[in-house]
Design a protein around this ligand. Structure first.
Ligand SMILES: O=C(O)CCC(=O)C(=O)O
Ligand SMILES: [Fe+2]
Length: 244
């Protein structure tokens, strides 16, 4: 338990399952979250048990970063922007190793892995092992996103929604638990640097697409996130052009 800390700014943090007394649900996820870019800066803080952990994590996370940059290049181009438009905004990278224990049948109805949310990221790359549990909201209905071997899932996060002036919408998703098998996943959260300007570029604003958001920095967004406890893109509301 040496990684357990209530400090949200810690470079590495173990988070336990908890009961949400207000909603009367149990959130079963246990996760180890840590900063991972650049790897050399943070690797000394990572677990040493099992002994292969640091090497395997460094290799995986370096490759994930490469995939992210390629994807962000393709996303930028699809928006008619320079290939490196989003890459230039990149800053940190945070990872969450998620563990969901199998649930007792009598508790299943009131137990979630993770409740419905969007990610406060540009994109998230999720690797699931073979046990299903991820669901995405599509046209008002929950859809299972079952694992496919050697395949990652890419979530659009709130910040890509803002940068793209709503051409991309952040994905509402949740993780369910089951009574038979524990489940694990690795979520890699891709963040801008604190001074990066988020908000739509001129090219994405016209009379058919008025600017949805003002310019704001990732630092301002992060401050806001601690003030408004929202689980979805309501985190962006105070940056809307129509906001008072
Ligand atoms: O474990 C999953 O399938 C989802 C995890 C997730 O949504 C997250 O870490 O943000
Ligand atoms: Fe998520």
């Amino acid at each position: 338990m040496k990684f357990y800390t209530p400090d949200p700014n810690s470079d590495i943090r173990l988070m336990k399952a908890y009961k949400d007394e207000v909603a009367n649900v149990y959130v079963a996820r246990e996760s180890l979250k840590f900063h991972c870019h650049p790897v050399e800066k943070y690797v000394d803080k990572w677990p040493t048990n099992p002994p292969s952990f640091r090497k395997s994590a460094a290799e995986y996370l370096t490759n994930v970063r490469r995939v992210e940059i390629t994807l962000l290049g393709a996303i930028s181009e699809s928006l008619g922007l320079e290939t490196d438009y989003i890459e230039k905004k990149l800053g940190g990278h945070y990872v969450s190793l998620n563990y969901y224990g199998a649930c007792e049948e009598s508790n299943l109805e009131l137990t979630y892995g993770v409740r419905a949310h969007t990610d406060p990221t540009i994109i998230t790359i999720l690797l699931q092992e073979e046990v299903p549990g991820l669901q995405a909201l599509s046209e008002g209905k929950w859809m299972d996103v079952n694992p496919i071997p050697d395949t990652v899932v890419v979530h659009v996060g709130d910040l890509l929604q803002a940068i793209s002036n709503h051409r991309f919408k952040s994905l509402v998703h949740q993780a369910m638990v089951n009574c038979e098998k524990e489940r694990m996943s690795i979520a890699s959260y891709c963040y801008p640097s604190s001074d990066a300007m988020i908000g739509p570029p001129e090219k994405l604003i016209d009379s058919d697409h008025p600017a949805v958001y003002k310019d704001f920095t990732f630092e301002e967004f992060s401050e806001q996130m601690w003030k408004v406890i929202a689980f979805d893109d309501a985190r962006l509301n105070s940056f809307k052009c129509s906001a008072a």
